[in-house]
Design a protein around this ligand. Structure first.
Ligand code: ZN
Length: 248
């Protein structure tokens, strides 16, 4: 951890990713207060439906961290977040998943190729690998994207569902697992449209049990508030630009 901390302090500075305060006691991403807060926030993992298990609720801290994982080029946050969830620490993920037929095959939601090139990694695959390590399962890239799907973040529930339905298919693997269970892994569960489309890709006759595990659960109402805030920001920006143009 010493080397990791030194390197991360050099690359990202001494700022806590949670609160932004300068601290020499980062672990290596969070100050002690934010690290404690992170574990507390995951004390009650969410079960948005009977087949889905989410490690953390979407809160300001977890939102900042998943944002950093996706957009600040910090792939190490994936295993950090999985290891620091109290569900993993207390073995709850293990208990939940050990009730399923073993071995567990963790199938990440695939990232579109263009986004993968831009980001350099698929955060869902990193999360799947971390979950496999935590539970003694295997990472299994069984899904691939069929078509380009535009960013989900600004769409309504209906638009999201239409946008991703049929977007995934089974990859042509040399070996499809014949025993155990499949756990589809994604970063955020909101409406469930993406993970439902992934489950649909396995087909109605797929013989193994299918579950979903995501890092965060974002209640649709929170996502809607984000969407409204985004729109407001866009609108305010547009009005400002228009006013500026009229003054010229
Ligand atoms: Zn902090």
């Amino acid at each position: 951890m010493g080397v990791l901390r030194t390197v991360s302090n050099f690359v990202f500075g001494m700022e806590c990713l949670g609160c932004g305060s300068s601290s020499e006691r980062l672990d290596p991403w969070l100050c002690p207060a934010c690290a404690t807060e992170l574990v507390r926030e995951s004390a009650l993992p969410a079960f948005p439906n009977e087949d889905t298990f989410c490690l953390f609720p979407m809160r300001p801290l977890t939102r900042r961290l998943v944002h950093a994982l996706k957009y600040r080029n910090i792939p190490g946050l994936a295993s950090y977040l999985v290891r620091h969830s109290s569900a993993v620490k207390r073995g709850m993920v293990g208990q939940e998943l050990l009730m399923l037929a073993q071995p567990l095959h963790f199938a990440p939601v695939p990232l579109h190729r263009a986004r993968y090139r831009e980001r350099g990694y698929n955060q869902a695959a990193l999360l799947a690998a971390a979950l496999a390590t935590a539970t003694g399962g295997k990472l299994c890239r069984m899904l691939r994207r069929r078509t380009f799907v535009v960013s989900q973040t600004k769409l309504s529930k209906e638009e999201r569902e239409m946008n991703v339905a049929g977007a995934f298919e089974m990859a042509r693997l040399r070996e499809i697992p014949m025993r155990g269970s499949i756990v589809v892994v994604d970063d955020v569960f909101t409406t469930g449209a993406t993970t439902s489309a992934c489950l649909a890709a396995f087909g109605a006759n797929f013989p193994l049990p299918l579950k979903v595990c995501t890092l965060l659960y974002d209640e649709p109402s929170t996502a809607a508030a984000d969407f409204a805030a985004d729109c407001r920001a866009d609108w305010d920006g547009m009005v400002r630009r228009k006013n500026a143009a009229l003054r010229l």
